[in-house]
Design a protein around this ligand. Structure first.
Ligand SMILES: Nc1ncnc2c1ncn2[C@@H]1O[C@H](COP(=O)(O)OP(=O)(O)OP(=O)(O)O)[C@@H](O)[C@H]1O
Ligand SMILES: [Mg+2]
Length: 268
């Protein structure tokens, strides 16, 4: 069967309250999972299988701890390797809840722990072993990644955001579509209205309206997300990217995964 590669991230801002530790919104995850399931089924019925890599941000599980321990910089002068344990423990708990909530929405996702397959050098993800991701995709299964702490040859360890992992993964898998679910209706402009599309023509003028995050986010918030996605698309490593908020009925997410909807911000 013909297939299409799609990367979906459920942002930490959408699935947690980023300022409240360990605050997972299970209902939102299940709604999103159901919307994705619907898109996969609908596409398969039309003879085109969706190969899906699903992912989630660290939200209030990873970011608050990573900030407290300056974990992007690696080994802490006082706490040494303690943050590696704390963040891994927190992400493992979050990820299990995430899987269970996705399963209620009709998915059977399997986590490939980024810690185990990725390695960074001075804060940049340099190695990503994608064999198990590929194998699951070929079998029609749904691998899951998430923002994580990873070993770093210079710093001991560092933080790899979902977007950084996507960048590394995109060197090997060409995603036809990237969909990122956020707590805003997309990327907001100077007037706080959603910017419908970002491209080479308008990105420069928009950048001072796009900031980091209002909540703890050690990997650059919305600004870094748009920068990374834009760089990825400019290099031809993915087809298009859409950032949106998943509606209560999930319909706009189903459309975004199918590539038919127009909500949120399209980056091309
Ligand atoms: N122009 C903008 N449009 C939209 N959001 C913006 C803008 N400028 C800053 N932001 C902030 O960026 C946040 C989204 O980025 P953030 O990294 O916090 O979310 P996330 O990637 O979903 O979370 P996580 O990193 O945990 O997955 C928004 O909640 C908002 O606070
Ligand atoms: Mg983020």
């Amino acid at each position: 069967m013909d297939h299409v590669n799609i990367f979906v991230k459920l942002g930490g801002s959408f699935i947690t309250d980023k300022s409240v530790p360990d605050s997972l919104n299970g209902t939102r995850i299940t709604t999103a999972a159901r919307a994705i399931r619907k898109a996969m089924d609908s596409s398969a019925r039309k003879g085109r299988r969706i190969r899906l890599v699903l992912s989630h941000g660290a939200g209030s599980y990873g970011h608050i701890l990573a900030k407290r321990y300056s974990a992007v910089d690696g080994i802490h002068p006082k706490h040494a390797w303690e943050s590696l344990y704390k963040i891994r423990e927190s992400m493992a708990r979050m990820n299990l809840l995430f899987l269970q909530r996705c399963n209620r929405g009709g998915l059977f996702p399997v986590t490939i722990s980024p810690f185990a397959i990725a390695e960074a050098a001075d804060g940049v993800v340099r190695r990503l072993d994608i064999r198990s991701i590929q194998a699951l995709l070929e079998q029609g299964q749904v691998p899951v990644l998430h923002g994580d702490v990873v070993l770093d040859s210079k710093r001991g360890f560092t933080i790899a955001s979902t977007e950084a992992l996507l960048e590394a993964l995109s060197r090997r898998i060409h995603f036809d579509r990237i969909v990122m679910v956020s707590d805003t209706d997309g990327v907001l402009g100077h007037d706080h209205k959603t910017i419908p599309a970002i491209s080479r023509g308008n990105i420069k003028g928009l950048f001072d309206a796009i900031r980091g995050s209002h909540a703890p986010d050690v990997t650059g918030g919305m600004r870094k997300k748009v920068e990374r996605l834009f760089a990825l698309l400019s290099r031809g490593r993915a087809g298009s990217a859409r950032i949106l908020r998943c509606a209560t009925n999930g319909e706009n997410l189903t459309q975004a995964v199918l590539g038919t909807g127009g909500e949120g911000t399209l980056i091309e």
